[in-house]
Ligand binder design. Structure first.
Ligand code: SF4
Length: 448
């Protein structure tokens, strides 16, 4: 690996598989290196990722208006009914508020929302400047909850207080604060789905599979969720965790404090979808559900194989780069590319954990570069060196790929078609095929 251009402090976050291993532990789950211009978002954005999909919640961003630009419009989680979550509310803190404090403005914002909309649930996000000036957001939320007899929950998310993964934790704590008073709700048969944000309706695909297996979904956290369904979450027998990076902390707290066990799943790719459905049935000790899942999975896989054969011919032998949010998605994507006869030569995540990277190391071929919390310069360097034909990433990676003349597939929050379950496998394969084999690549020239 040519290390020209890498910051010394970043080298610990990057490994190349050689002679069967990456030799030595890779640094991850840490704050970004100063000056490295990480692709990763801030603590507040991490919290918003998890909480924003709650469809009837009011999200007040206590801070300058710029922080509030992170809205539904760049997330796209779908709702089956309510849509208040598509609005963004901000206290729009200015210089005067920084000098004299913003608590009064926050109280006024909450009062205004209560007067106009009669909400049941408000989240208040503390941003960087609130962390600096020291507004007591918790005390304001507590006071306003009592005054209006509704839930007003603080989210401790100043952007500088860690990294995006810390924001996930803060959101999980806020959810626990919401559901803990309902801990004693009567248990019933069914599961909660954690870490699915119903992007392009993906949650509905998973729910349909579970419905066919006779397994009710009690609450989804947080895709297509609302206040009434969330407070039922403590009734579930099992938590199934799709986005492990964002929601394992919540699953662990629910296990410890409510006695609900959890399993990690992934509904991306054929192999992971089938395995996950069978594991859910096993975790519930439901042999009938398992038999149903086996039957319909087998039918779906057979149907898919025919349609996939043609795409596979055009994709075999090509090279892919992956840079996504969490480890679970990267792992599923590696398996998906392998099933298409493609090689993964570069793979990284924003918030992967040590165990994710160990599994990734086992799955990839020799000379694959694995990195955590990358920046654009590193992505460019390794995609060029490894000759990637396509990059799978999010909105921030798209222009980089196109500038380098590399095909791109959006696997993040802005996508408009589902990529999970069996339908998602076909959508994903089609997109990979169309992006890589588009005639535009023959008509443009790139300057290196
Ligand atoms: S880093 Fe701070 S100021 Fe920037 S968006 Fe995040 S919370 Fe707002």
């Amino acid at each position: 690996m040519n290390d020209l251009g890498l910051l010394d402090e970043r080298k610990k976050f990057i490994r190349e598989k050689k002679d069967g291993s990456c030799r030595g532990e890779m640094k991850c789950d840490a704050n970004s290196v100063s000056g490295a211009v990480s692709q990763r978002a801030c603590v507040y954005c991490g919290a918003r990722v998890v909480l924003n999909p709650i469809t009837d919640a009011f999200h007040i961003v206590h801070g300058p208006i710029g922080c509030a630009s992170y809205t539904w419009d760049i997330r796209g989680s779908l709702s089956s009914g309510k849509d208040i979550y598509r609005n963004s509310f901000s206290t729009d803190l200015k210089e005067q508020d920084v000098i004299f404090g913003g608590e009064k403005k926050l109280e006024a914002a909450i009062n205004e929302i209560v007067d106009h909309y009669h909400p049941k649930l408000i989240f208040v996000y503390a941003t960087c400047i609130v962390g600096v000036i020291g507004d007591d957001v918790e005390a304001v939320c507590h006071r306003m909850s009592k005054l209006h007899n509704i839930r007003v929950i603080p989210v401790k998310s100043p952007g500088f207080s860690g990294n995006k993964a810390v924001g996930y934790k803060m959101a999980c704590n806020a959810i626990m604060e919401l559901i803990m008073p309902h801990k004693q709700v009567k248990k019933r048969y069914g599961v909660n789905i954690l870490g699915d944000f119903n992007l392009a309706g993906e949650l509905w695909i998973v729910k349909d599979y579970l419905r066919r297996m006779g397994i009710p979904v009690i609450a989804s956290l947080t895709g297509d969720a609302d206040y009434e369904s969330l407070i039922e979450a403590p009734a579930a027998k099992l938590n199934i965790v799709q986005c492990a990076g964002s929601s394992t902390f919540l699953a662990k707290r629910m296990e410890e404090e409510m006695g609900i066990p959890y399993i990690k799943v992934s509904f991306y790719g054929i192999e992971d979808t089938v395995n996950s459905l069978l594991r859910v049935a096993e975790a519930l000790d439901n042999k009938t559900a398992r038999a149903i899942a086996e039957e319909f999975c087998s039918a779906e896989v057979n149907k898919l194989e025919e349609e996939m054969a043609e795409y596979r011919r055009s994709l075999e032998g090509k090279k892919a780069a992956i840079y996504v949010g969490g480890g679970f998605k990267a792992i599923s994507l590696i398996r998906q590319f392998h099933s298409l006869g493609m090689e993964v030569t570069v793979v990284g995540t924003q918030t992967g954990k040590q165990e994710d990277y160990e599994l990734i190391e086992n799955l990839v071929n020799q000379e694959t570069v694995i990195f955590d919390d990358a920046n654009p310069a590193e992505l460019e360097k390794f995609m060029r060196e490894k000759g990637a034909d396509i990059l799978v990433g999010g909105v921030k990676e798209r222009p980089l790929a196109y500038k380098l003349g590399i095909a791109f597939c959006d696997h993040n929050h802005e996508r408009k078609h589902p990529l999970c379950g069996f339908d998602g496998v076909l959508n994903f394969t089609r997109e990979i095929h169309h992006s890589m084999n588009h005639p535009v690549w023959n008509s443009i020239r790139f300057v290196s």
